[in-house]
Design a protein around this ligand. Structure first.
Ligand code: SF4
Ligand code: SF4
Length: 534
């Protein structure tokens, strides 16, 4: 792994030195720490993707198929026909520049090719050359250029320096969504075997094993009993359960996601929910979204297939980011309609989730917000008094779902000290974690720290103003990538899922006196209690 510069060096280094040559003629410099390793041949073979081979983006020879230009030309032609939004996005940009300083990668790197307008231009210039009369006749004068190996390398480098977060689209007066352009560009790159292993590994694992990591949540039952004295009994593959619960496997894999998972299990136990997990559809995350529309559809299909096999009424989904983009924007039309499921109704409050009429899938945070609103949970907020909490709106639930108020409602009901970050960094305008869309890999750490700088700056603001020491979020990737980002830019701030805080505050039937939170940290006023585990 490349050495990551110190935070002070990186902050000083955001002053990008403009190259001497124009943007069309400046080749990419594959500097360690700013690109991801290539997809391993075995992972491509598992899902039948073309051109599996050993190669590295830093190599001069990418071992491309001999007809790679024709393949990409035909691929772009097909997609222009299929996705009318793509055709529109290629034609209507007026280069007003409103999006240019809105990308976290541009802010953190200063590299002009990370301005959304120029990122899109990397593909648009080839589109002009191949598909417009002006481009064919006038060439460079019309902003057109040939698809050469240098251009291809530029595509790879910069379309894997976009987290598909859609922040830029919020500011574009024409609604151009650069994330969609990135999605198509990555799809094209996949046609000739140019992909990254941090995406291909999870895709292959998910396809073969049902989840990215091949693990199950049994382990946490003992830990919950240790903290609360209550034994919970989750079930797996139980036919006839009312609800199927699907969450990202990141919740089972490592702290702090595991604490969020404990919160889910405690909540379900306390309200007596009739639910089951599936060991087949055991992954909410869908790295197919970062590969191609076809792969996203393939990996998503198991959710409805399992719901049908188990005979449940509807599906409840855990705290995840891109999982919800796939569910909310694509699942119903891609793999639905799920007529065999019922319109979701909370068995505890009777609330009908009209917004989930199409997908038949409800987000756990809105489910919990509804429980609280209807007075169904006994909560002791003071159990989170050792924490001063802020909230990171994960890009997908916020911009792809409009999910702004429910998380804040839950937070304000489970903790006494909640502080929002500045308005231009939250909700619709939230800044990305800098590591989404499959870029959460170690070899890419410098770019992650650069891309995460704007988010970290906003956290630093509430850390300094209000003593915030905990950053909450509802995304499994965020729970994995925000801890190193905080350690780097704002040491002293931890990361949590919302249901960890719910689990801390939840007063359970028959519980023992709580002296610690779910992390075994002493509750406020319990620092001296006789707890041999501390
Ligand atoms: S804001 Fe929209 S129209 Fe303006 S440069 Fe950016 S993508 Fe083009
Ligand atoms: S989608 Fe996000 S990462 Fe991509 S160009 Fe726009 S702001 Fe940058």
């Amino acid at each position: 792994m490349a050495k990551v510069p110190k935070a002070s060096e990186l902050a000083a280094g955001t002053q990008h030195k403009p190259p001497k040559t124009g943007w069309m003629d400046t080749p990419v410099d594959f500097k360690p720490g700013t690109w991801c390793y290539a997809g391993k041949p075995k992972n491509l073979e598992v899902v039948g993707l073309p051109n599996p081979r050993e190669w590295s983006p830093a190599d001069a020879d990418w071992k491309l198929p001999s007809n790679w230009q024709d393949t990409l030309h035909e691929g772009l032609k097909e997609r222009l026909r299929k996705y009318r939004s793509l055709q529109l996005f290629m034609d209507i940009c007026v280069r007003c520049g409103a999006c240019s300083d809105k990308c976290h990668f541009f802010i953190g790197s200063g590299d002009p090719k990370n301005m959304p307008v120029l990122r899109a231009e990397l593909l648009r210039s080839v589109y002009r050359k191949d598909f417009t009369m002006a481009g064919k006749v006038l060439g460079k004068m019309a902003g057109a250029r040939e698809l050469t190996e240098d251009v291809l390398k530029e595509w790879f480098y910069y379309f894997f320096q976009c987290t598909e977060c859609r922040r830029c689209s919020v500011f574009c007066p024409y609604g151009i969504d650069t994330a969609e352009i990135t999605i198509i560009a990555r799809e094209l790159l996949n046609l000739i075997g140019c992909n990254i292993d941090w995406i291909m590994g999870p895709v292959a694992n998910c396809y073969m094993n049902g989840n990215h990591l091949g693990i199950q949540p049994h382990a946490f039952v003992d830990e919950i009993e240790e903290v609360t004295g209550v034994r919970i009994e989750p079930t797996f593959n139980r036919k006839g359960a009312e609800i199927l619960f699907i969450t990202p496997s990141g919740d089972v894999f490592a702290d702090p996601g595991t604490y969020t998972l404990m919160g889910y299990l405690m909540l379900f136990h306390e309200i007596g929910l009739d639910y089951t997990w599936s060991t087949y559809a055991s992954e909410g995350g869908n790295f197919g979204l970062f590969t191609s529309h076809e792969m996203m559809k393939r990996l998503n299909a198991k959710m409805y297939a399992e719901a049908k096999r188990l005979g449940v009424k509807w599906i409840l989904g855990g705290e995840c980011g891109h999982m919800w983009r796939v569910i909310n924007q694509y699942m119903d039309t891609m793999n639905g309609p799920a007529d065999f499921l019922e319109e979701p109704v909370s068995p505890i409050t009777g609330t009908k989730f009209e917004n989930a009429k199409g997908t038949k899938m409800v987000h756990l945070v809105e489910f919990t917000a509804d429980l609280i609103k209807n007075g169904k949970l006994k909560l002791d907020k003071s159990r989170n008094d050792h924490l001063r909490v802020t909230y990171h709106d994960s890009c997908n639930p916020s911009r792809a779902m409009g999910f702004f108020e429910e998380p804040r409602y839950v937070l304000n009901n489970v903790c006494n000290h909640f502080f929002d970050m500045p308005p231009n960094t939250i909700k619709e305008q939230t800044f990305c974690c800098g590591s989404g869309s499959g870029l959460n890999t170690d070899e890419y750490m410098e770019m992650r720290m650069r891309g995460g700088l704007p988010r970290a700056n906003a956290v630093r603001h509430v850390h300094e103003q209000h003593g915030v020491n905990m950053l909450s979020c509802i995304c499994a990737i965020d729970r994995a990538v925000l801890p190193p980002l905080m350690d780097y830019w704002v040491p002293g701030v931890g990361v949590t899922g919302i249901h960890e805080l719910v689990g801390n505050a939840l007063v359970m039937e028959g519980e023992k006196e709580r002296t610690t939170d779910l992390r075994n940290e002493p509750l406020e006023g319990m620092e001296d209690s006789d707890n041999e585990d501390l």
